[in-house]
Design a protein around this ligand. Structure first.
Ligand SMILES: NC(=O)c1ccc[n+]([C@@H]2O[C@H](COP(=O)([O-])OP(=O)(O)OC[C@H]3O[C@@H](n4cnc5c(N)ncnc54)[C@H](O)[C@@H]3O)[C@@H](O)[C@H]2O)c1
Length: 329
């Protein structure tokens, strides 16, 4: 028996005009529901067909009034930058929760980028000082840019953006794209990670995730009061930065610990279970207060509830505007 499925391409998603604020609101709601125990969120699993590459399966059901379920099948291949292909790409499948039938199949590149920026923005909303003026961005690719877009929503005093990337051309590309979005801020090109981190109130890292990380942000480079938000697993922040501060927060305690137990990431001095202050679900659900002094580290691997909440937003808008293509499965 055939049934209707809405197929939504990346171009369709881009045509919907979804704002960063809308994505942040959805991601925050999903996170709150994690903290309230209203989601089923197994740790993401993956396969690794090439060195430093992954293809992850990320299922999630969000219960309560949301009642949405789906799964992302997403690849991350760092060498794609040279091939002018996206680092992350793949599809998201949304299922009906009464019947299990597929309701929509959509590109997941836009979703992954925007919800990752949104998550970093929420890290800043809860853990950065509201008067943060100096922001350092380490890694000037897609996630670096979207993170700044989210910071704009929550860091009204942001005035100086210190940027670092090992590839010289990335500076110009980054500034050209960001200047229009942030007309009042000054971009400062830094020749080293240390230069970028000096005096920064917020440090965010978005470099490739590596099997053998060459971590570059050590605690001695940072101000005493600093908020570090990383989207690149353990590739950039040194263990002393992550473990020796005032608070360490991950996006989901279960996923972080499961991944650590499997032995590739978060080794060699990264926090164990007792070193986790809270996960963001607990913070947003009000079970633990945010911390605003000392060195606060938010390590966000990306969780499937972000994707389900973003897919919900995309599907609602697409249905409203009749965007995408109806297929028979
Ligand atoms: N946490 C999440 O939810 C999530 C989601 C999507 C992507 N990511 C991760 O974010 C990272 C960035 O993804 P992207 O799409 O922006 O990739 P990208 O290829 O667009 O950008 C990566 C940038 O990092 C730079 N870089 C390379 N080595 C570096 C180093 N040692 N120090 C600093 N910068 C370095 C590259 O030159 C490039 O500019 C990847 O690790 C990706 O897996 C995380």
């Amino acid at each position: 028996m055939a049934y209707d499925v809405r197929f939504i391409s990346q171009a369709d998603v881009e045509s919907l005009g979804i704002s960063m604020k809308e994505v942040m609101d959805g991601v925050e709601t999903g996170w709150r529901m994690n903290g309230e125990g209203k989601t089923e969120l197994p740790a993401k699993i993956g396969i690794h067909p090439r060195g430093n590459c992954y293809i992850h399966a990320m299922p999630c059901w969000i219960g309560g009034d949301t009642d949405m379920a789906g799964m992302k099948w997403v690849a991350g291949f760092p060498m794609n930058l040279e091939k002018r292909l996206p680092y992350n790409n793949g599809i998201f499948v949304l299922n009906d929760t009464e019947t299990g039938v597929v309701k929509a199949i959509m590109d997941c590149n836009w979703m992954t980028t925007w919800r990752t920026g949104a998550a970093a923005g929420l890290g800043a909303k809860y853990f950065a000082a509201p008067d943060s003026a100096v922001v350092a961005v380490i890694g000037l690719g897609t996630i670096g840019k979207i993170t700044l877009r989210a910071f704009k929503e929550v860091l009204p005093a942001m005035k100086y953006i210190k940027i670092y990337d090992p590839i010289a051309e990335q500076y110009g590309r980054f500034i050209d794209e960001m200047r229009e979005l942030l007309p009042g801020v000054e971009f400062i090109k830094c020749g080293s990670v240390r230069d970028a981190c000096a005096d920064a109130d917020v440090v965010t890292s978005c470099a490739p995730i590596l099997d053998q990380p060459r971590r570059s942000v050590s605690a001695d480079m940072l101000k005493e009061n600093v908020c570090c938000i990383t989207s690149d697993y353990d590739s950039t922040l040194c263990a002393d930065t992550v473990s020796g501060g005032r608070s360490f927060v991950c996006d989901d305690r279960g996923q972080y610990l499961w991944t650590q137990e499997h032995g590739v990431y978060f080794q060699n001095g990264y926090p164990l279970a007792e070193g986790i202050y809270a996960d963001m679900g607990e913070i947003i659900a009000g079970k633990k207060p945010p911390v605003l002094e000392g060195r606060r580290v938010c390590l966000f691997m990306g969780i499937a509830s972000h994707d389900v909440m973003t897919a919900k937003l995309i599907l609602e808008k697409a249905a409203e505007k009749d965007a995408g293509t109806m297929l028979k499965l």
